[in-house]
Design a protein around this ligand. Structure first.
Ligand SMILES: [Zn+2]
Length: 252
């Protein structure tokens, strides 16, 4: 997952604003815009795409970006339809994220990885999927023995791991090296296409390591506390745990 330069979210999750030039525009009901650099996360791995604003330097005109996605290796910004003509190729724009929302997603994403780490370490249960919104999320596990009591103890353990202030590291490893890490086998690394030469990993030091393309906080102390809001059976073996941040939106 070697990222083209200009896709800042993968190297610096805290980059919330950047100056950029418009490289490609596809007009339409919701115009699509490609920039030479961006702070937007295009969505993926259960983390929704960012929202934000493009502000044209020349005349101060602005456009709401309601979403983004990856297409052909590029991050494509989707504009809100109500905003009239899109910017033009060559325009210089300031790219601003809706930061409170993104930061809540970073905290939620890291909280979900802490949950995965605890459930794997203490119960040996594999994660099979997950999804999130700003401030809340769910993870599915192969976890036959899950019960209400167990879920309470998992909540307490996750919170003690978060408050411990564990560092969260982003690493990009050659594929072969990544495959040699036993912990990564429990994630979806084996499903990655043949062509991918490098694997991006997110490590909560001492707790969890996963192949992951998302944006995370730098330290678990930034997550604050979580609470488990529900758990359900999706079959005899497959179980779902829902969590939320106790303080969903913090001043960043
Ligand atoms: Zn993740």
């Amino acid at each position: 997952m070697s990222q083209p330069t200009g896709q800042l979210c993968y190297a610096d999750a805290y980059a919330r604003s950047v100056s950029a030039r418009v490289r490609h525009v596809e007009p339409g009901e919701a115009a699509l815009v490609v920039l030479d650099r961006t702070v937007f996360y295009p969505g993926g791995g259960g983390q929704p795409a960012d929202r934000g604003v493009l502000l044209r330097s020349a005349d101060g005109r602005s456009w709401t970006v309601r979403g983004a996605r990856k297409a052909g290796g590029e991050i494509v910004h989707e504009l809100e339809p109500a905003d009239g003509d899109p910017p033009e190729v060559g325009d210089e724009v300031r790219v601003d994220l809706e930061w409170a929302r993104r930061f809540a997603l970073m905290r939620t994403h890291t909280a979900l990885h802490a949950l995965c780490g605890v459930v794997w370490r203490d119960h040996g249960a594999l994660v099979t999927g997950g999804n999130m919104e700003p401030g809340s999320g769910r993870m599915d596990f192969e976890f036959e023995r899950m019960s209400g009591d167990l879920v309470d103890s998992i909540e307490a353990t996750v919170n003690s791991e978060l408050v411990a202030g564990r560092e969260v590291r982003v690493n990009v490893l050659p594929r072969e090296e990544a495959f040699a890490i036993p912990d990564l086998i429990r994630t979806k690394i084996n499903l990655l296409p043949e062509g991918i030469e490098e694997i991006r990993t997110i490590e909560i030091v001492g707790l969890d390591l996963q192949a992951d393309g998302g944006t995370h906080v730098a330290n678990t102390s930034e997550v604050g506390a979580i609470r488990v809001t529900g758990y359900e059976s999706k079959g005899r073996i497959n179980k779902r745990i829902r969590i939320e941040l106790v303080d969903p939106i913090l001043e960043a």
